[in-house]
Design a protein around this ligand. Structure first.
Ligand SMILES: NC(=O)c1ccc[n+]([C@@H]2O[C@H](COP(=O)([O-])OP(=O)(O)OC[C@H]3O[C@@H](n4cnc5c(N)ncnc54)[C@H](OP(=O)(O)O)[C@@H]3O)[C@@H](O)[C@H]2O)c1
Length: 275
């Protein structure tokens, strides 16, 4: 899309409730990513580079990130790839890392809060600390990332915030309480933020994947319906992010329907949906 087409497109579509009219036309191709050492994050790092983004990649396992940087720099020599060790539960370190990325790139265009953890197990069976750790990473860690991102984007008047939630944010699945609660919480957090930033030039995108083949769910084996590989998942996620989607199930089919149904199933049916 060129500069002359954009005002027309905005005039036509800007009033629709699912398109943020303040979305900047050409976001700077720089991205900050959490959870880049594995699964979706690792594949997203490669997809971002392939699409021309300079990237600042974070996770706790720096040695894995160093390997990834070597691979990406060889494949995309024109791209700038920075890696940094970061635990998203250390909130001040998260803010420092976002600032560092912004300084390094002379401003950030996109921040993706992707880091996530899981622990399945029933409530009241001695797993409280493990359950709390899931919320620490998935909700508070993502909030810390998003808070730092928004502070930066407000100061420069634009950008895109992306939070990776899950289709299971739509329901509380038995045995998955902390994961479902953390993703539901993040979904609502992003929804509040979207209202705060509507028409501000800062886009807020919620990405809700279905099953993508990564270590977080590999123990489920063949009990992962509609499973896709990480490369396909990352490509579809980036397509939705770059389209400026507000809420993106990935892949859209069948997960938009599944998400709709999950939110409406009565408990007697929902209790049979157990990962
Ligand atoms: N795969 C799916 O089917 C699926 C479906 C819905 C939603 N999701 C969401 O997608 C996101 C990525 O998950 P994935 O499937 O790619 O899982 P994964 O392969 O297990 O990757 C999880 C990533 O999060 C990072 N991480 C975990 N704890 C962290 C912490 N305290 N601080 C910083 N980074 C941390 C891990 O890096 P380090 O261990 O190196 O820190 C790793 O890079 C998660 O938010 C997950 O909930 C996945």
């Amino acid at each position: 899309m060129n500069g002359t087409e954009l005002p027309t497109a905005r005039r036509l579509f800007g009033k629709l409730p699912f398109v943020d009219p303040g979305r900047p036309p050409l976001p700077a191709r720089t991205a900050f990513l959490t959870g880049a050492s594995s699964g979706i994050g690792k594949a997203l790092a490669a997809e971002l580079c392939a699409r021309g983004y300079d990237v600042y990649l974070t996770a706790r396992r720096i040695e894995v990130l160093e390997e990834l940087r070597a691979r990406l720099t060889a494949a995309f020599p024109q791209r700038s790839v920075t890696v940094a060790a970061l635990d998203v539960t250390e909130h001040e370190a998260v803010a420092r890392a976002v600032d560092d990325a912004a300084r390094q790139f002379g401003g950030l265009g996109m921040v993706i809060a992707n880091a996530g953890a899981d622990d399945w197990g029933n409530i009241g069976e001695g797993r409280f600390e493990a359950h709390r750790a899931v919320v620490d990473v998935n909700l508070l860690g993502a909030m810390a990332t998003i808070d730092a991102a928004v502070a930066h984007f407000r100061s420069k008047g634009g950008g895109q915030v992306v939070g990776v939630t899950s289709v299971v944010a739509a329901a509380g699945l038995p045995g998955g309480a902390p994961y479902c609660a953390s993703k539901a919480g993040l979904t609502r957090y992003l929804q509040s933020l979207r209202g705060e930033l509507w028409n501000s030039g800062i886009t807020v995108t919620t990405v809700a994947p279905g099953y993508i083949d990564t270590p977080i769910n590999e123990s489920l084996g063949d009990k992962r319906p509609f499973l896709i590989d990480t490369r396909t998942g990352a490509r579809k996620i980036m397509d939705r992010i770059e389209s400026g989607a507000v809420h993106a199930t990935v892949p859209r089919v069948p997960w938009t329907v599944v998400e709709y149904l999950l939110a409406r199933l009565p408990t007697r049916l929902l209790r049979k949906v157990h990962a």
